[in-house]
Design a protein around this ligand. Structure first.
Ligand SMILES: [Fe+2]
Ligand SMILES: [Fe+2]
Length: 204
């Protein structure tokens, strides 16, 4: 029993260090992603927990949030670090990152569920997202949660080509997109529980 417990503890440790190495590989290439993945992971974890998600599903969402942009490893440096507006063909490269992330993670049987959450993190509630255009409840819950947290962090971050939005303006954007880009029930939940999101965003 103890041997089995020690083994599963050791296995979990290896699993977590592999995930940390994957995130570090992306961070070495894209500096913006460093704090971004971390914050999206914290927000997604807190939101999921408050929604009553627990156990292995909570852990999967948390890890998927850390790894959601891992596919950017496959985006050329000059596209990833471009300060101006992306040209059409550069945008096409950028839009490949959820599929690339899925291809990397789905190589491991253990990461199969996580790879699907990553694949769909840029899908939209109205079906106008990418890479597949699936809509509403066909999008995994974890991807719907990460999508909101990802957008909140992106909008409130300074980028070389634009200033960060205030948390209040960002939340107005999220609410306008309720039922369009984002799951309406999740947005309502976020609206009713703004403080923890604000704390994470204002800490950066
Ligand atoms: Fe992404
Ligand atoms: Fe992201």
């Amino acid at each position: 029993m103890l041997r089995k417990l020690l083994f599963s503890f050791r296995e979990k440790e290896i699993y977590h260090s592999i995930i940390e190495s994957l995130v570090a590989a992306l961070e070495a290439k894209d500096h913006y992603t460093k704090g971004h993945s971390e914050r999206v992971a914290i927000m997604s974890y807190e939101l999921s927990k408050r929604l009553g998600i627990k156990g292995s599903e909570l852990e999967s969402i948390h890890i998927a949030a850390h790894l959601h942009d891992i596919g950017k490893i496959g985006v050329p440096d000059k596209v990833l670090n471009k300060t101006g507006k992306l040209l059409v063909h550069e945008w096409e490269y950028m839009k490949m990152h959820p599929q690339t992330g899925f291809d990397i993670l789905s190589k491991s049987k253990k990461l199969e569920h996580i790879s699907k959450i990553v694949l769909y993190h840029h899908e939209r509630w109205d079906g106008k997202g990418y890479p597949t255009g699936i809509a509403d409840f066909n999008i995994p819950l974890g991807s719907r949660i990460i999508s909101i947290c990802d957008s909140i962090d992106a909008m409130t971050s300074n980028r070389p080509y634009r200033e960060a939005m205030s948390f209040e303006i960002c939340m107005k954007e999220i609410i306008i997109n309720k039922g369009i880009m984002f799951d309406p029930v999740l947005v309502e939940y976020v609206e009713e529980n703004l403080d923890f999101m604000r704390d994470i965003i204002e800490f950066k």
